[in-house]
Design a protein around this ligand. Structure first.
Ligand SMILES: OCc1cccc(Br)n1
Length: 445
């Protein structure tokens, strides 16, 4: 006998109404705090965005890679006081292993490069689009996950690698209608800080920590930055020199302070020269205050910013020549960037550049009565084998219902399977934009 409406978990069978069992509480249908669902409209926008990420990566000859969202916690444990460490989404699994949801993709990429060794001849140009996680107290209402597009060049010590990466991001911006009037890149090098710290005999081990402290310069009061630098063991004189240097916004000024021979100035001059050759000079500017918040950067660093100053950094990256060796790999130079999927959408909204992405089905196929559902399935299959997207009406529905659905799914044609026509091996076709209507043989569909 048919299950009673409250049996089978409350979803009655054909004969029973869909009445939930009285004792069933409605579950929380929202996604976990800080996470997002992607219903069709949002998923179309995400696919559009990721489609541009992937097309630009293809244009630059990069190969796609991916890694587990779950990694060993050890991959992300660095002692430089990074925010990413404070917000690590980590736990102990059932095998008592310390694991974490990846907060970024670069360490996984470095792990895979080491794993591949000589079987992956250098240079490697790899890209990934992956979900990254952080556990932040929801008091700030910020998200706990986002998708990041990463492009990395492994095995190229030259600044040409950084110049190529910035070119790829400029290419992406141009594809989606963002111009250099909307967005720029602040570019600097951590070698600027390194040269100053070495002048004051600050040990290299403190370099990462100093960078992380200085990266907070726009978020924390200067006296807090000074206090933190001194607590890290940096002498008063060095602190003054560092903070003064961070205000430099021109390469000429930087050269006056550091001289022309140092690597910082040489690298930056080379990058700005290459930018002119790539054709994106108007997109970049030197700004000594750019440090970035990841401890492993060792050279050029850059971040994309909105010129109206309303949004957080759009993307960021730089050179990380020591990361692979800190994982026990060879001393292989590397650079890369991360580009999140959230700020860019805010920017597109600001600029009125969000694309209009409706569902587009080519044909809606409908049987004019119940015993023609089989022939309708045959017609749908013929059309699909021709590469047409088809919405097959799966039940007996009124024409009013069918026309309403056709409009909602932006169907171009309504294919009507009726007895009279079917007997002649034909179907009815209505072009929904013009209203034009005609009969057609199956093999002419
Ligand atoms: O931008 C840093 C970051 C990392 C993981 C997840 C989210 Br949301 N944000």
């Amino acid at each position: 006998s048919a299950p009673s409406p409250t049996e089978n978990g409350g979803g009655g069978g054909r004969s029973g109404a869909l009445v939930p069992a009285p004792e069933m509480e409605r579950i929380d249908v929202n996604p976990p705090k800080g996470t997002r669902d992607f219903p069709p409209e949002e998923m179309r926008l995400r696919n559009w965005l990721f489609g541009h990420f992937r097309e630009v990566s293809r244009l630059f000859g990069f190969e796609e890679v991916d890694f587990p969202v779950l990694e060993s916690e050890a991959l992300f444990i660095r002692k430089a006081g990074e925010e990413i460490r404070d917000q690590l989404y980590c736990f102990e699994d059932r095998g008592n292993r310390r694991v974490a949801l990846r907060p970024e993709l670069t360490p996984s990429l470095a792990r895979l490069v080491i794993q591949k060794g000589k079987s992956a001849p250098l240079p490697l140009k790899w890209f990934a689009v992956g979900q990254c996680w952080r556990y932040e107290r929801m008091t700030r209402g910020r998200r706990r996950e986002h998708y990041q597009w990463n492009m990395d060049i492994i095995g190229v010590p030259e600044v040409t690698a950084e110049a190529e990466l910035i070119s790829s991001i400029v290419t992406f911006f141009k594809r989606i209608g963002i111009t250099s009037s909307d967005v720029g890149f602040k570019v600097s090098s951590r070698k600027v800080l390194q040269e100053v710290l070495r002048c004051y005999s600050v040990p290299d081990e403190l370099f990462g920590k100093v960078c992380i402290i200085i990266d907070k310069i726009e978020k924390l009061p200067t006296d807090v930055i000074k206090k933190d630098l001194k607590s890290a063991g940096i002498a008063e004189e060095a602190v003054q020199e560092l903070l003064q240097l961070l205000t430099v916004k021109s390469l000429t000024k930087l050269e006056e302070k550091l001289g022309h021979a140092g690597e910082a100035v040489t690298d930056l001059k080379q990058l700005f020269w290459l930018a002119e050759k790539f054709g994106y000079s108007e997109w970049i500017q030197f700004d000594a205050s750019v440090v970035r918040g990841l401890a492993y950067y060792t050279g050029i660093v850059f971040e994309g910013f909105d010129r109206e100053g309303k949004l957080r950094a759009i993307c960021g990256g730089g050179r990380y020549d020591r990361l692979l060796s800190t994982f026990g790999g060879d001393d292989i130079p590397a650079c890369g960037f991360g580009f999140g999927d959230a700020v860019i959408v805010e920017l597109l909204k600001e600029k009125g550049l969000l694309p209009d992405l409706g569902l587009e089905v080519h044909d809606i196929v409908c049987a004019l009565d119940h015993d023609l559902l089989g022939p309708a399935a045959t017609v749908a299959t013929i059309l699909r084998e021709k590469g047409q997207s088809v919405d097959l009406v799966l039940e007996s529905k009124s024409l009013k219902w069918v026309f309403k659905r056709a409009a909602r799914i932006n169907a171009r044609r309504l294919i009507l399977v009726g007895n009279t026509e079917w007997q002649k091996g034909m179907v009815g076709v209505k072009i929904l934009s013009s209203g034009e209507q005609f009969e057609i043989k199956l093999n002419e569909l």
